[in-house]
Design a protein around this ligand. Structure first.
Ligand code: PBG
Length: 324
């Protein structure tokens, strides 16, 4: 054959492949989710997330120092609320001395340079396990937004860099932005879970925080996985309302959405490789059906290639070890 173009020329050696690689993942791309528990010296493995732990504040602080030294620049905090503090108002969420508020302070004290993001949603604090205030089995929107504003201000007061509303109530980004402005927190950012789907892939996370909904599902507020244009609508509205960073969640089953969002917004796009995605790779690797390290690098690179500027992932440490 006398071909004019031979595409394999650029694939023939590791050196050439490295020269032409279009997508490179790096430590600062990652947002590391941390699950925090009350107590001291506590480290509990999450049953459906082997190799991932819920830790007390003291051990979390040690972990954050390690992450910073590895090149991680951002952590995303989730707390496990004690059962006796849960109710239908979620008021523990804005307790000045709550576990989240203490965690933010401890981390910022120990590693002031790291960007701290905090999950803003009522589910860990709700006796119903829902992301909002419940009345007659309905998740109330506007009442919940008021609670989310109080929660966000209390996180800002404790010193977080970004609040990350993951609840999918209408109008919450605008309300939180106004709330932060009025309270004088003009440097606190908002990373909005803009296109968050009602997904079975959150299962292991709900084990981690004991936050599974007590009745029904989250389909009246999280998005239907059949929908694409709705993701654009949600995201553009969040940007208009003041989101600094938007997010698509989950990631691997939604790469098309990540790309479409990336094409239309003028803010950084993040994607969340969620607990079920972690569990799937871990389980297949344990069975010997997938090569764990290769699956991690391929999945993370694909999420970035799809258009994610930032990736929330439970594999950040593994990925960094492989990259170095
Ligand atoms: C809470 C929240 C969830 C996740 C992040 N924030 C669970 C849910 O919406 O039910 C899921 C993260 C994961 O699965 O890794 N609103």
């Amino acid at each position: 054959m006398q071909l004019q173009r031979r595409n394999r020329i650029l694939r023939q050696s590791p050196a050439i492949r490295a020269m032409v690689a279009e997508t490179i993942i790096k430590p600062a791309d990652f947002i590391v989710p941390l699950f925090i528990d009350e107590g001291e010296n506590i480290k509990t493995e999450i049953a459906s997330m082997p190799g991932y732990y819920r830790m007390s504040i003291d051990l979390t602080v040690k972990e954050v120092k390690l992450l910073w030294d590895m090149g991680i620049r951002c952590v995303l905090l989730f707390i496990k609320c004690k059962d006796e503090l849960k109710d239908n108002t979620g008021k523990e969420a804005w307790n000045k001395n709550g576990l989240m508020q203490r965690s933010i302070k401890a981390i910022k004290n120990a590693v002031p340079e790291i960007a701290v993001m905090t999950d803003v949603a009522l589910d860990p604090f709700s006796s119903y396990g829902h992301d909002g205030i419940v009345k007659d089995e309905e998740i109330l929107n506007d009442e919940t937004v008021e609670a989310l504003v109080k929660m966000s201000i209390s996180h800002a007061e404790a010193g977080c860099d970004f609040v990350a509303p993951s609840d999918m109530m209408d109008g919450r980004i605008g309300a939180i932005r106004t709330g932060l402005e009025e309270a004088g927190y003009t440097k606190t950012g908002i990373m909005s879970y803009s296109a968050k789907y009602a997904s079975c892939f959150y299962g292991p996370f709900r084990d981690a925080l004991d936050s599974a909904p007590g009745f029904g599902d989250k389909k009246t507020y999280q998005m239907d996985f059949a929908n694409r244009t709705e993701a654009i609508k949600e995201t553009l509205m969040d940007v208009e309302e003041g989101a600094d960073i938007v997010m698509v969640k989950p990631a691997m089953a939604y790469l098309d959405i990540i790309r479409e969002v990336k094409n239309v917004v003028d803010v950084p796009v993040s994607a969340y490789q969620v607990s079920g995605e972690y569990a799937m790779i871990k389980a297949a690797a344990k069975m010997g059906w997938l090569h764990e390290e290769k699956a991690i690098l391929e999945s993370l690179t694909s999420i970035k290639r799809a258009g994610a500027d930032l990736i929330a992932t439970y594999f950040a440490k593994d990925a960094i070890r492989m990259l170095s």
